[in-house]
Design a protein around this ligand. Structure first.
Ligand code: GLU
Length: 284
């Protein structure tokens, strides 16, 4: 025993909204290798978005990953089976007055931004202009009682003030200062779904004992929010490793719409799994 063997719990967490492509192969192999020879590699199906996720894509994920030569622990956590867990955490935050209901439609938000002559830009576009942040308690209760559709937003300023300055560590970039305000008052429970990407991913990583979160660098801004949620909910803090994204020949990131680059298409075109692993950046 060298005592220095890498031993992480990592996960690959795809959303079954389409067939996996080379970029997903890269992310899955990256996570599996990052766990180290004695580590644990988990698979999680992020299927909270019932409007876009389909079970045939879940089957395709299992098939493609097995073909790539990956093995993972079972049972696989499927987020759609744990909506009550997410709701429980949400209720905790609501009881601490860190959330507020947001009744805005997308159109109302756009109109407000136009009226105000623009809104500050965050890494994911324009920030929520805060229309519902200052509604009084009575109006909130009345509108909810009338059955008006509403999301739940995190009052990020209040939440960040409650926990103080936060840091996190990225394996390739080192220590980072979390800036949760950069994303504005993010939605923690969508109108149509009683949770959100931010909430479910943070809770699940903690629940599953993930010690190293690996994912594409496009998701790096979200980490500040996840770090904030960990502090608010007293969850363990993992390390992160945000990796680069695979690009197509034109220098654009691969997307589920690029049919020719799906693992299924590559397989059907006669590519071997070793070739595809190499194309995904992991030659044997
Ligand atoms: N489900 C997310 C996606 O497919 C990834 C979640 C994460 O790694 O944090 O992009």
């Amino acid at each position: 025993m060298t005592g220095s063997k890498i031993r992480h719990v990592t996960r690959f967490a795809p959303s079954p909204t389409g067939l996996m492509h080379l970029g997903h192969a890269h992310a899955a192999l990256f996570a599996q290798r990052a766990a180290g020879p004695e580590g644990r590699f988990l698979l999680r199906i992020e299927d909270i978005d019932v409007t876009r996720c389909r079970s045939e894509f879940v089957d395709a994920i299992y098939q493609d990953l097995a073909w790539l030569g990956l093995t993972w622990e079972t049972p696989v956590r499927r987020q759609s089976e744990h909506l009550d867990d997410y709701w429980e955490a949400l209720e905790q935050l609501a009881a601490r007055r860190l959330l507020y209901p947001c009744f805005c439609t997308r159109k109302e938000i756009e109109e407000e931004i136009a009226r105000a002559g623009g809104a500050p830009h965050g890494p994911e576009g324009q920030l929520y202009p805060g229309l519902c942040r200052h509604l009084d308690g009575r109006e909130r209760r009345d509108r909810i009682a009338r059955g008006e559709g509403h999301a739940w937003r995190l009052d990020v300023e209040r939440a960040a003030a409650e926990v103080g300055p936060l840091e996190w560590r990225d394996m390739s970039r080192g220590r980072q200062t979390a800036d949760p305000l950069a994303l504005g008052d993010v939605v923690l429970a969508r109108k149509d779904i009683r949770t959100s990407y931010h909430l479910s991913v943070t809770l699940d990583d903690a629940l599953q004992g993930v010690t190293l979160v690996t994912r594409g660098e496009d998701l790096m801004p979200a980490t500040a929010i996840h770090r904030l949620l960990q502090a608010l909910l007293e969850l363990p803090v993992p390390e992160w490793h945000h990796h680069g994204l695979l690009l197509d020949d034109g220098g654009r990131r691969l997307a589920k719409r690029d049919a020719a680059m799906t693992l299924r298409a590559l397989r059907e075109a006669g590519r071997s799994s070793a070739e595809v692993r190499a194309l995904a950046g992991f030659p044997d």
